[in-house]
Each structure stands twice: as structure tokens, then as C-alpha cells.
Design a protein around this ligand. Sequence first.
Ligand SMILES: [Zn+2]
Length: 334
Amino acid sequence: MQLTPEIKQQLEAQKAQCIFCKLISGEMEAKKVFEDNVTIAMMDINPAIKGHTLFMLKEHYPIMPYIPADEFKHYFGLIPQLSKAIQKAMVRTGMNVFIANGGVAGQQSPHFLFHLLPRENGDGFLNFLFSGKVSTPGDKVKMLANNLPIMMQNHFGRNPASWHSGVGLRPNYLEDMPNVIYEDEQVLAIVPEKGVSEGHIVIFSKVEEKDIGKLSISDSSHLFYVASFAATAVFEGLGAQGTNIIVKSGVSDDNPEGKLLIHILPRMQGDGLEKLHWQPKQPSYDLDSVASKIKDKTWVIKYSEEKIVDEPVILEKADNEIDQAILALQRPNV
Ligand SMILES: [Zn+2]
């Protein structure tokens, strides 16, 4: 998204007041657990759960669509490594990534950030325990199925070799999915038959069934690109006032099978989903010791310039193998 001079001016004014910019610059003291030249992770001083970490870009962007492509890749590409480090430090079986877009969705800071919440069974955090009750009307499903691929294409380009244009093969765990609204070699997005609200979208990785920590930098950034455009699609197309992006990975009470899922939830004032948000509270334990535990595991995290958009090499290889097999069958015996 191109920023107009007016928006840039507004951002400068916002930045001057931003607490997170002050925490990042060192003007205020942060409980840092990871930092590189582009991103920074710190403890939430009012944790919803032990190990609750905030991850943000050092540059001030109020909303996801303002983040330039190179920073987006870097930021969202590091989620698997950071999740893994936090889970290891806290010895947890699961992880949530929580993103709030808009005040109605619980966004509290004008500095875009997301929450990493390490999880396990019986941890008492039930905010993300939701069940599907609402069907999305067919015309809205169709609208999302039209818009999402166009948004991806507009971003990544129409050259099939330059990004994931095909649908590729579908792993066993994603067979028989209803209402598919987007699919490429790495990602499948659906509208569940019974969702939390109208326009609820669920996104799956086709390369990893359960553990976000196993995704590569490029797999992760690609997955979050789809999530970001899906959020924009419900925002623009369904008139939502905000959106939540909630990643579930590994086992916890609200994810008993431990699947890797990204929920996109459209939000409206008074929609009854306020229980997704938690109340700030003082931790009953020493935050510094939790921070140092996490810091012990994050030093290995590194962003490397992988080729983010892989050409569909695996598929071509698979096709070639099939061709070879057919040729072999047709070849006369000598
Ligand atoms: Zn800021």
C-alpha cells in the first residue's frame, strides 16, 4: 500500500506519542527477549498467560496492510523460530498467535504487534475456546472465493513462475474440505460450514499439519500473506469493523487435536465475541526470570533471505516423474 503524504504526517504524530516506539528506542525500559535489525520481541508486562510475548517491527505501522513487503516477510517469517524458542523455554505443547486489527477486535496500541501465547492442557486460558454455530450465506462465500485469489494475484503478480499459481497436491489431512475460497501449493483457505460468525475463514498449511515451529521462513510468511489478505477481504467485502487473526498450533484445551489452523474472525461492535480479549493483570511471578528463560532460547533465531516465493519445483518434479513412468511403460521391451 502506498502511503500518501497526509498519512505519513499522521504516522509521524502517532509515533511521537507511541509507547512501543519508546520501548524500542530504549527511552523506556522493555523486557526484551529477542531483537534483530528489523524486529523486536518483549514480555507483555500484563501477561494473559506465563510466557506471553509481544512481537513487533521496530518501525511504526498501525495496521498490517501498511507493512512493506520486505519487512512483512522478515517479521512473519520469524514466527516459527520465535514460537519454537518460547515453547521450548516454557516447556509447552501449544502456541497461539493473536492479532487484533481495529479497536473493536481488541487492538490497544497504534503500533502493530502480535501476541505469542505458549499453551498447554489445563492452563486455564479459555478465551479461544469457541465453537461454530453460524453458516455464511453462499453469496458471501462466493464473493470471498472471487476476491481472495485476485488480491493474492495483484500482490504476487500474474507470472505463474513468480509465485504459487497452481493448487498443487492436497495432503491427506485436508481432504474433503467444504467451501474452499483459496488454494495454492502451500495454503488452503475455507469458510467452515458452521463458523463463529458470518465470514469466519479458516486457513491451513499444506506443508505442515500441526506445528507452526516446523514451517520455514518462506512457508510462514506466505501463510500470513494469505491470512492478511483474508482479513482484508472480510473487512472490505463483508463490512466488518475489525478482524482477529488467531493461530492455533499444537495441543491445548481449545485445540485438542493439536492442528495448525489460522482463524480469521470478522468483528463488529457488540458481536458477543468479547471473551476473546483478556483483562490486563499483574503477574504473580517474576517476569524477569521468565524473560531470561526465553532469552536463553532465542539467540539462535536468524532471518535469512530465502527465496520467499518458491517456484513449484516439487510439482514439476512430480509431473516429470509421472511422465518418465509413462514413457517407461510405453517403451518397447528390448
Ligand atoms: Zn510505535
